[in-house]
Write a protein that binds this ligand. Structure first.
Ligand code: SF4
Length: 372
């Protein structure tokens, strides 16, 4: 095996099983299989989810004899912090973690006046191959386990509790908009959502309504998620209203097409009652023409205007890429046309543009450093 292949194989190494990978009954069975009473798994889960704790010495309700081994088994270390940088006057904090095997993932924590939002990664790299995206250039290294996703949330919630944003101490929102296509890692995604929104000893207690799953438009998993009975918000990265442009920007479109993708997004709205966000990265001279805004409005409005909210976002360019952000006047006209059609539209801010804000940029640099 050559060096690059060996390096990739090592990065793809699977993480150890963790308590947060399992449902409550599965945790009970795991404890029993280790020769422990079920209540040990429940006590440990209460520390992990309720107190955001994984240090054995803090879990004084567990018997001292064997406590370290118990915690090391049920809550093995999953993420190692490699780098952390902040921007926007300290209101945006980006963290690079190494996983078991050494693959890198990122989170971005953002404080707003009324909420704190964490952007999590669901895969190391991504196999969807969108050409304007730093993560897409890495290819898929591997899926994250549910516990690896939940550990990103726990560490961020602890940082908030510890005062990383001063008096604002509660993590309120989680968005799956970091590295990876979350619907391509469906089982871990839904297990992670259960852990984020679960109450008491079974989750971090956030509202499922404050969780957003972003997808490039995998139709069957979108329908499956609609049937899960959890009111999470769906964000569809559309980026073009027509197949010729979208086929180039979001290659999975060649399988589904824009019409089928939008129909699935509308079914999601019908099933959950949650307004769908349409994400649209405005890329100069590629998808930002005024006629495309008119076409986008027409395609969305075929289902009415109340089901959807459009979020155009100026492209955060990947270094060395030919793609760049739209001119401000073009951007304005694009938004004006959508609003004129009666659609609700907000230009999304580009948090962390000065810290490699586009998803995957820190990790992409990490790969360049490692391989170079
Ligand atoms: S834009 Fe999203 S789906 Fe496309 S390659 Fe990047 S991470 Fe993957």
């Amino acid at each position: 095996m050559n060096v690059a292949l060996a390096d990739r194989a090592q990065r793809a190494a699977k993480p150890p099983q963790h308590l947060a990978d399992l449902s409550e009954p599965e945790r009970d069975s795991w404890a029993e299989s280790l020769g422990l009473p079920r209540m040990r798994a429940r006590q440990t889960a209460r520390h992990y989810f309720g107190k955001l704790e994984r240090t054995a010495s803090c879990m004084t309700d567990l018997p001292a004899a064997g406590r370290d081994e118990l915690v090391a088994t049920l809550l093995p270390p999953l993420l190692t912090r490699a780098r952390q940088i902040s921007a926007d006057g300290g209101r945006t904090v980006k963290t690079l973690y190494h996983l078991t095997g050494g693959a890198a993932v990122e989170t971005v924590l953002m404080a707003y006046p009324d909420r704190i939002t964490l952007c999590v990664s669901s895969q190391a790299g991504c196999g969807m191959g969108c050409p304007f995206c730093a993560t897409g250039k890495l290819g898929l290294v591997r899926n994250l386990s549910a516990a690896e996703i939940l550990e990103q949330v726990r560490l961020a919630a602890r940082a908030c509790q510890g005062g990383i944003f001063g008096g604002q101490k509660r993590l309120t929102n989680v968005v799956f908009m970091g590295m990876g296509e979350p619907l391509a890692n469906y089982k871990a995604l839904t297990r992670a959502i259960a852990g984020i929104a679960g109450q008491g000893g079974s989750g971090f207690g956030l509202s499922a309504r404050n969780v957003t799953v972003s997808t490039c438009g995998l139709v069957e998993p979108m329908d499956r998620l609609a049937g899960e009975g959890r009111p999470v918000r769906l964000a569809l990265s559309l980026h073009a209203p027509d197949d010729p442009a979208r086929d180039g920007l979001v290659p999975i479109n060649r399988r589904y097409g824009v019409e089928r993708t939008l129909a699935a997004a509308y079914r999601y709205y019908e099933a959950t009652g949650r307004r769908v966000s349409i994400e649209y990265a405005l890329i100069r001279d590629i998808n930002d023409q005024a006629w495309r805004a008119t076409q986008l409005a027409a395609k969305l409005c075929q289902y009415g205007t109340g089901w959807v909210h459009v979020n155009p976002i100026p492209l955060n360019p990947v270094p060395g890429s030919i793609w760049t952000a739209s001119r401000p006047s073009v951007q304005e006209e694009f938004l004006r046309r959508l609003a004129a059609a009666g659609l609700s539209v907000t230009l999304r801010d580009t948090r962390g543009a000065d810290i490699d804000g586009a998803c995957g940029q820190l990790a992409a640099k990490e790969v360049v450093r490692t391989n170079g």
